[in-house]
Write a protein that binds this ligand. Structure first.
Ligand code: SF4
Ligand code: F3S
Length: 106
């Protein structure tokens, strides 16, 4: 499956949602996740993310490995999102900032 990683937090651009053919994104207050059992590995979302936050599970950077579990866990709790919506208002300021995991809201 593909995995949403830390740089999505506080950005949430949602360009990924607009292209997913199986609608397997789930939305929290300031982050999105992919349901690992629903993702068909089409790869369409990865290049769409302005924050470069989406990776194939096989290509995950070492410091993002915990997001495999976070995507699986939160996709079971959060509601499905199927349409593009406006990014967080200060998304551009947060894009690329380190240490955003501490701000994840559930
Ligand atoms: Fe959806 Fe394809 Fe991205 Fe999986 S890889 S989340 S199926 S767009
Ligand atoms: Fe997040 Fe990138 Fe999608 S910032 S909402 S993974 S387009």
């Amino acid at each position: 499956a593909f995995v949403v990683t830390e740089n999505c937090i506080l950005c949430k651009y949602t360009d990924c949602v607009a292209v997913c053919p199986v609608d397997c994104f789930y939305e929290g207050p300031n982050f999105l996740v992919i349901h690992p059992d629903e993702c068909i590995d089409c790869g369409l979302c990865e290049p769409e993310c302005p924050a470069k936050a989406i990776f194939s599970e096989d290509d995950l950077p070492d410091d993002q490995l915990e997001f495999v579990q976070l995507n699986a866990e939160l996709a079971e709790i959060w509601p499905n999102i199927t349409d593009y919506k406006a990014a967080a208002p200060d998304a551009a300021d947060w894009d690329g900032k380190a240490g955003k995991l501490q701000y994840l809201k559930r």
